[in-house]
Design a protein around this ligand. Structure first.
Ligand SMILES: C[S@@+](CC[C@H](N)C(=O)[O-])C[C@H]1O[C@@H](n2cnc3c(N)ncnc32)[C@H](O)[C@@H]1O
Ligand SMILES: [Zn+2]
Length: 285
């Protein structure tokens, strides 16, 4: 079957997981390879089997090279311990309906699928390039769509779990689209995340070197007073290749001086710290 047909079939079977991003009405039917709401707003499945649900042009924080480097680094297992910890919080992974918010180039859903996440999965991102990569590399692992969290095109009470890994949050939306008892699993970097790289690039600039996630964590815990908060730290060994991918994928290098970048290139790091907080909360039943 062609990808456009696989995508259309998915939409036919899972129309309830979506809503029209323009009028927020339900998608009433599938017309050929398009979903259509009662007000006639129409969105076409692409040849690649993805759906573009943005009302205006998307935003590309990360270019294709950065996204490819992130995928290459992800392939080395860089995020696996973190994803193993996320996976442990997903109830019934064999059948859970999961939404990956700001899924980027799709590696996380791919790894989690290999691990046993086998229910219905949707990954979405505001970046068209990210979704093209995700669908190109991991078509079978999820349904991939371009969408904006701020105008979320997902149906009410539809998902068992939301993954929110290094991506923005919209807690009202999370609450709307989660099923009662559904979980939001959010990963935020800690002060020590990539600390060796920060020190290397910003030796003299403490404001850029330091990073504080307290506001994000506190906000989550205010909204979900019962939240579980788990800290995870591990060290990843790097070789010349993976160090290069790390440098290319991170916005950390954007503000660094020429001299710092040249120094980093001449002295590749041998290892780096991954330090994150995993926040988990459930929607009330
Ligand atoms: C730091 S990246 C993390 C990507 C992925 N979760 C990962 O860990 O590799 C943040 C992602 O959020 C996406 N993003 C930012 N604003 C968004 C929005 N309003 N709606 C959907 N995605 C958004 C970006 O395009 C980017 O891919
Ligand atoms: Zn509509």
């Amino acid at each position: 079957m062609k990808k456009i047909e696989v995508g259309s079939l998915f939409l036919q079977e899972h129309r309830n997981l979506f809503q029209c991003p323009v009028c927020k009405g339900a998608f009433e039917k599938l017309d050929g390879h398009s979903v259509v709401c009662a007000n006639g707003h129409r969105f076409d499945v692409s040849k690649k089997g993805t759906l573009h649900l943005l009302m205006k042009g998307g935003q590309n924080e990360y270019d294709k090279d950065m996204l490819s480097s992130r995928k290459n680094l992800a392939d080395t297992g860089f995020f696996h311990p973190l994803l193993d910890a996320v996976y442990a919080h997903i109830d019934d992974p064999g059948s859970a309906t999961v939404l990956d918010v700001g899924c980027g180039e799709g590696s996380h859903l791919h790894y989690l699928t290999e691990k046993g996440l086998r229910g219905t999965k949707i990954g979405f991102d505001i970046s068209k390039d990210a979704i093209q990569l995700a669908a190109g590399n991991f078509f079978a692992d999820a349904f991939w769509c371009v969408a904006d969290l701020a105008h979320s095109p997902f149906g009410e009470n539809a998902f068992d779990a939301i993954l929110n890994i290094f991506s923005p949050s919209h807690y009202l939306e999370f609450d709307r689209v989660l099923k009662p008892g559904g979980k939001v699993i959010k990963v935020v970097p800690n002060a020590q995340y990539l600390i060796e790289l920060r020190e290397q690039l910003y030796a003299l600039d403490t404001t850029k070197r330091e990073y504080d996630n307290h506001q994000v964590v506190d906000r989550f815990c205010d909204i979900y007073p019962e939240a579980i908060k788990e800290e995870l730290n591990y060290t990843v060994e790097l070789d010349a290749k993976s160090y290069g991918w790390l440098m290319e994928m991170t916005p950390l290098s954007w503000g660094a001086s020429e001299a710092a970048l040249a120094n980093a290139k001449a002295n590749p790091l041998k290892s780096v710290t991954v330090a994150v907080t995993i926040l988990v909360a459930s929607k009330e039943n």
